[in-house]
Design a protein around this ligand. Structure first.
Ligand SMILES: [Fe+2]
Length: 189
């Protein structure tokens, strides 16, 4: 049973994402929906969406479209849990519903944006996102970042909407100057 607030969000997200061919226009159209969805999170998130894993941040599926064109996850970040350095290869919109989510960016200095080797990354800035904050990203140029919670801060929970099933993404090895595609797991609802 899907709550009215989530149903409205999904139906609007489907309409707006179909209307926008450009990923940058898509996230512009969807970010306000995420801003509203955060306030409604209590009406549709269930205990299974708050599952955590001491071994690493936990990705809990909230909704996936039958045609796999959209997916929504709740991600639970325990203190000290971080992603690897990654990009998603697609657009995404993120909203924070609990705690402070930290995102540290990287900038690709090497000119060939599509190359999987010979990659030079420089560390960029950081953003701290409290409950109610929304952030987004688009592919090409890829948004390269790590996301997580430092060990001195409490748990964070965030909602992540993507323009596909987010079952794989690109991870970077700074020392080897490489990028490779890896599969990422999630918990079904
Ligand atoms: Fe990410």
């Amino acid at each position: 049973m899907i709550s009215p607030a989530l149903e409205r969000f999904i139906s609007q997200a489907v309409i707006r994402s179909r209307e926008q061919a450009e990923p940058a226009d898509c996230v512009l159209a969807l970010a306000p929906l995420m801003l509203d969805l955060i306030d409604q999170a209590g009406t549709f998130l269930e205990p299974q969406h708050f599952r955590s894993d001491p071994g690493g941040y936990a990705r809990n599926l909230v909704y996936d479209a039958a045609d796999e064109s959209l997916s929504l996850y709740s991600i639970v970040w325990l203190p000290g849990q971080w992603t690897p350095i990654h990009d998603h290869g697609s657009w995404g919109v993120v909203g924070v519903i609990e705690g402070v989510l930290e995102e540290r960016s990287y900038v690709r200095l090497s000119p060939d944006r599509g190359a999987d080797s010979g990659i030079d990354l420089a560390r960029g800035g950081t953003v701290l996102l409290r409950r109610g904050a929304v952030t987004s990203f688009v592919p090409n140029p890829d948004h390269i970042h790590i996301t997580g919670v430092p060990s001195e801060r409490p748990r964070a929970v965030s909602l992540h909407l993507y323009g596909r099933m987010m079952s794989d993404f690109n991870v970077y090895d700074v020392g080897a100057r490489t990028r490779r595609r890896i599969s990422v797991a999630h918990n079904e609802s």
